[in-house]
Design a protein around this ligand. Sequence first.
Ligand SMILES: Cc1cc2nc3c(=O)[nH]c(=O)nc-3n(C[C@H](O)[C@H](O)[C@H](O)COP(=O)(O)OP(=O)(O)OC[C@H]3O[C@@H](n4cnc5c(N)ncnc54)[C@H](O)[C@@H]3O)c2cc1C
Length: 232
Amino acid sequence: MDPLPTAAIIGAGSSGIAAAKALYERGVPFACFEASDRVGGNWVFGNRNGMSAAYRQLHINTSRDRMEYSDYPMPKSYPDYPHHSHVAEYFDAYVDHFGLRDAIRLQTRVQRASRRADGVWELTLADGSVESFDALLVANGHHRDPRWPEPPFPGQDAFSGRQMHAHAYRDIVLAAMRRRYVASERHTIQVDFDEYLRALGAERRAGARRARERGFRLPVAARAADAYDEMA
Ligand SMILES: Cc1cc2nc3c(=O)[nH]c(=O)nc-3n(C[C@H](O)[C@H](O)[C@H](O)COP(=O)(O)OP(=O)(O)OC[C@H]3O[C@@H](n4cnc5c(N)ncnc54)[C@H](O)[C@@H]3O)c2cc1C
């Protein structure tokens, strides 16, 4: 009988570790390459891979029971909408629960993946070494690389304030110190920001409607745009 094909996974976020578990259970030999020094991807706040968009106050907006893996529930001690630290902890525990730790090669960035004429994948790693696999699963995340709208929003070039992509947003306190604030596609940030300002007693002077009147359009990439004149 032919041996099973070998497989490589790029990334050990929630997608990569689930793929690893599926391969492991079926006895497919595989290696999972992870650029960071730990698993969890986007949910590791301040992840050393520099790719995480998690901010300090981030909680999931999909609920604990909805986001958990069907075969590995999140602890019932977690709140209904756990904090990012719970989610990162949960993914870490998943790896140990299913015995995947040894197959994940941390701090091993894949620089390039190319397919030979015979169908074999060649992965070039950051140290220059090359490894070959029969199959490749790419789980490198879709929020790691911030993209600005193209073409830019009308009036964007003329705006003299700081313009920040949601990917760079880390802490609500720093954001609240800004006089003008434009949230990106994730309305989670918008909700958190509103709550924080209300807690401070700040008055909300102009909402998305007024921002729209000023010339901001709100396409997919920017569903919410709010301006605040005063901070408490
Ligand atoms: C602010 C925010 C809030 C969100 N809230 C929710 C939510 O409430 N519920 C929900 O279900 N989803 C939410 N998401 C979506 C989130 O993307 C997913 O939950 C999840 O993180 C996707 O997992 P992933 O494994 O695909 O990618 P990631 O978590 O991004 O993991 C990708 C991994 O690949 C690694 N990697 C990348 N390139 C390489 C390379 N070249 N070589 C080696 N390793 C590499 C990275 O280091 C990383 O560990 C949110 C996203 C953001 C940004």
